[in-house]
Design a protein around this ligand. Structure first.
Ligand code: URA
Length: 283
């Protein structure tokens, strides 16, 4: 589909989405969502309300766990039941290894991840919060409600994507995960990604972004630019990653400018996946 036609459809969808209450899509004077101003080159740090955690680059553990089933064939040939079975195996292995027992948590439930096991799009957050811990499901609190709106604005249903976190257990006081905690838990996320094998990943916030990308850049420099995550062997697939702001940050700084940035990031993902605003493939 031509870029201009897609962009018109996106704008129309944004208007419809707003009528339906998807209010995170920013509206300008014309009443339509528009491309935001590009981030100034000098803007290198996170806004003050989201302090950049000192998380050094995290590399996969030297001996990542063995992948049970890999998706090496064409995506269309995959059976959701088989992929879900691989995810269930991984969860059992995570529970047996219990990497979170090596650090302090405030958890009652493991929040492993949920969604379509064959999703084309995966969202990766940081760690469960109170509501997620209570229910055992990712992104079901306030940030989750905003994430749902973001997904809806893309013309998708939450059930069509896969949602996971770097840490599978709640940190005390919702603290930002430490580099050690990320190092211990990231291999399971990497394997989860390899099993779902999405066509694109959206990382939400700095810890998730840095966990996947070999970068020490700030969020304002990373967001809005495609990067690549190399899934673990034997798939070794290069999966495009779009970093964007965490919905919890957006809730704290719900400005037109920040919403426009996130919406612009999501539009890039829609374009890449050939999603029309109605959720149909535009190709
Ligand atoms: N924030 C996250 O990063 N993950 C969740 O699941 C909920 C809030």
């Amino acid at each position: 589909m031509e870029g201009t036609r897609l962009s018109k459809l996106v704008k129309q969808h944004a208007q419809t989405a707003r009528l339906l209450g998807v209010d995170f899509v920013p509206v300008y004077r014309s009443g339509l969502a528009e491309e935001p101003e590009p981030t100034p080159a000098h803007e290198t740090s996170l806004p003050a309300t989201q302090p950049a955690p000192a998380v050094p680059v995290v590399k996969p553990a030297s001996e990542p766990p063995v992948v049970v089933v890999m998706n090496t064939g064409p995506r269309e040939a995959r059976s959701a039941a088989a992929v879900q079975a691989s995810l269930d195996d991984l969860r059992r292995r995570y529970e047996a290894d219990a990497p979170h027992k090596k650090f302090v948590t405030a958890h009652t439930n493991i929040v492993f991840g949920e969604g379509d096991p064959c999703a084309r799009l995966m969202f990766v957050g940081e760690a469960p919060g109170a509501e997620e811990d209570r229910t055992g499901r990712p992104f079901v609190g306030r940030a989750g409600q905003l994430l749902n709106k973001m997904i809806a604005a893309m013309g998708l249903a939450r059930e069509q994507v896969y949602i996971a976190n770097v840490l599978k257990t709640r940190p005390p006081d919702n603290a930002t995960p430490t580099s050690d905690e990320i190092r211990l838990c990231a291999p399971y996320l990497f394997e989860q990604i390899a099993i779902v094998d999405p066509e694109a990943i959206v990382t939400l916030g700095l810890p998730a972004t840095r966990a996947l990308l070999d970068s020490v850049e700030s969020m304002s420099r990373l967001r809005g630019r495609w990067a690549t995550f190399r899934a673990p062997a034997p798939s070794g697939r290069a999966i495009p990653v779009m970093p964007t702001y965490h919905p919890a940050f957006l809730l704290r700084a719900y400005t037109t400018e920040n919403r426009a940035k996130v919406w612009s990031d999501l539009q890039m993902v829609m374009e890449r996946l050939g999603l029309s605003p109605s959720g149909q493939s535009a190709t």
